[in-house]
Design a protein around this ligand. Structure first.
Ligand code: GUN
Ligand code: ZN
Length: 408
C-alpha cells in the first residue's frame, strides 16, 4: 500500500477536522510517511471518490455476544439473564469460541474498526481464541476474559484463583504481542457479578503489570441500587475505588446514573468513559450526561457495546451519540463526534500513534464510499455519520496491509 490518491477526512482535534478533496497518502512500511494535496505524481492506486479515514476505535465491545445482536429482551438485568448469559455459556466450548472469534474479527474489520477494547466470556481459553483471531488479522486490541464469581449462572462463575491464573497465562502468551498491538485487559464484569475479593485481586493484578482495567458503571438505577446495598457503599463508584480500580488506566462503560461527587472523582482519577449511546437506547438505560463529561474534560471514547448495541459500525454509534446529546440540548459537532470515534478514542486507550491520517501515524486506515452526491466535506460527513443507507466501508488496512475484504 505505498502511494495512494484519495479524499481524506481526519480529526486535528475535538474541534477541528481536515478534509482534503484530492490527496496523496504515502505509506512507508507500517507508517504514514506523507499526507498532502495531490500534486500530479504517479500513484499506485487511485481510490477516489473513496474517503480515506483513520481506522475507528471501539472502546467497548463484547465478542461472545456477536450472535445475539438484536436480542430485544431488555432492560439490562433481564437482558443479561435471558439473552446474554446463556449465549456466553457456550464459550466453554473452545471450538465454538474459535468460530465466533473469527466472525467477530471479520465484523470489526468490515466495520473499519482497527483498535478495540474487547470483553470475552469468563473462559480464559475463549479469550485465547479471541487473541489468536485478532493476531491473525493484525488488529489492535486490549482484550481479556470477563471476571465473574457470583450472582450469575454457576457455569459462568470462575473463582478468583483460577481466574487470576488464567489471566497470568494470557498475559504471558499475548500481552505486548506484535509490538504492543495486543494487550491484556482486566475486566471484572460489573459489581453485581463480582465479589469484593475478586475485584481487589483484579485491581492488584492490573496494577502490578500496568494493565488497563475496564468494567460497567452506573448503567441503570436498579444496578446502582443493588451495588450500593450489596457492598454497603455510599455510591457505586466507591465499590470500584475500594478495589483499586479507579485510575487513569480505567475505562468505565456507560456512566449514565452518576452523582456529581462520582463525576468529580472520576475526573480527578483521570479515568475514561466509554460512551455507549446505542446500547443505552436499546436497553432503555437512559442518556449519558454529556455536559458532565465535557465540563470536566473527562476523556471519552465510543463503545458499540455489541450486543446491547445494535451495530459494529462506530459511525452508526456516533449518530446515536449525536441524538443523545441533542436530547440534552447539546449539538455535537462532527469534529467532536469523529474525535470520540477515532483519535480521542485511541488516546484514551493509550495508543498515541493511531487515530489520524497524518504523517508519523500507523497506517491503520479505512476507506468509506460516501453517497455519490457527497461532493464536499459537509456532505461526506453527513453521509458517514447520519445517512445509514448510503455508501459503506470499502476497505480496511492495518499497518498498510489490507485486512478487509480479506485479500484473496
Ligand atoms: N453489565 C454487565 N454486563 C453487561 C453486558 O454484557 N452488557 C451491558 N450493556 N451491560 C452489562
Ligand atoms: Zn458492555
Amino acid at each position: 500500500m505505498p502511494t495512494l490518491r484519495a479524499r481524506v477526512l481526519t480529526c486535528v482535534s475535538a474541534d477541528e477536522l481536515t478534509f482534503l478533496d484530492d490527496a496523496v497518502v504515502c505509506i512507508d512500511g507500517a507508517q504514514i510517511a506523507e499526507v498532502a494535496p495531490y500534486d500530479g505524481r504517479p500513484v499506485d492506486e487511485d481510490l477516489r471518490p473513496g474517503v480515506l479515514l483513520p481506522g475507528f476505535v471501539d472502546a467497548h465491545v463484547h465478542y461472545p455476544q456477536t450472535r445475539i445482536v438484536g436480542s430485544a429482551s431488555g432492560p439490562l438485568l433481564q437482558w443479561l439473564e435471558r439473552s446474554t448469559f446463556p449465549e456466553e455459556a457456550r464459550f466453554a466450548d473452545e471450538e465454538h469460541a474459535q468460530r465466533i472469534a473469527a466472525t467477530f474479527v471479520d465484523r470489526l474489520a468490515a466495520a473499519g474498526t482497527t483498535l478495540s477494547m474487547v470483553y470475552g466470556s469468563v473462559h480464559p481459553a475463549a479469550a485465547h481464541q479471541l487473541f489468536a483471531a485478532l493476531a491473525g488479522r493484525g488488529l489492535k486490541a486490549i482484550a481479556g476474559p470477563v471476571l465473574m464469581d457470583r450472582d450469575c449462572p454457576p457455569a459462568l462463575q470462575l473463582p478468583a484463583d483460577p481466574a487470576l491464573a488464567g489471566l497470568e497465562a494470557l498475559r504471558q502468551r499475548w500481552h505486548g504481542h506484535d509490538a504492543g498491538r495486543l494487550q491484556l485487559g482486566v475486566f471484572p464484569r460489573f459489581a453485581l457479578s463480582c465479589s469484593a475479593a475478586l475485584m481487589e485481586r483484579a485491581g492488584a493484578f492490573a496494577a502490578e503489570h500496568e494493565l488497563f482495567v475496564s468494567t460497567h458503571l452506573a448503567e441503570t438505577p436498579e444496578e446502582c441500587r443493588v451495588a450500593r446495598e450489596r457492598f454497603s457503599a455510599a455510591d457505586y463508584l466507591e465499590v470500584y475505588e475500594r478495589a483499586g480500580l479507579v485510575h487513569a488506566r480505567a475505562v468505565f462503560a456507560h456512566c449514565v446514573h452518576l452523582s456529581p461527587s462520582e463525576w468529580e472523582r472520576l475526573a480527578a482519577a483521570g479515568s475514561v468513559v466509554a460512551h455507549c449511546p446505542d446500547s443505552n437506547d436499546f436497553l432503555g438505560s437512559g442518556g449519558m450526561p454529556v455536559s458532565d463529561v465535557r465540563g470536566r474534560r473527562i476523556p471519552v471514547a465510543i463503545g458499540t457495546d455489541v450486543a446491547a448495541g445494535r451495530s459494529f459500525r462506530v459511525p452508526r454509534i456516533l449518530s446515536s451519540a449525536y441524538d443523545n446529546a441533542l436530547r440534552q440540548g447539546i449539538t455535537l459537532s462532527p469534529a467532536q463526534l469523529l474525535w470520540w470515534g477515532t483519535r480521542g478514542g485511541a488516546l484514551a486507550l493509550g495508543h498515541a500513534d493511531t487515530g489520524q491520517v497524518a504523517r508519523g501515524m500507523q497506517a491503520d486506515l479505512c476507506l468509506f464510499d460516501a453517497g455519490p452526491w457527497a461532493e464536499d466535506a459537509a456532505a461526506v460527513i453527513a453521509s458517514l455519520l447520519f445517512d445509514h443507507d448510503a455508501g459503506g466501508m470499502r476497505c480496511t488496512w492495518v499497518r498498510g496491509r489490507q485486512v478487509h475484504p480479506a485479500p484473496g
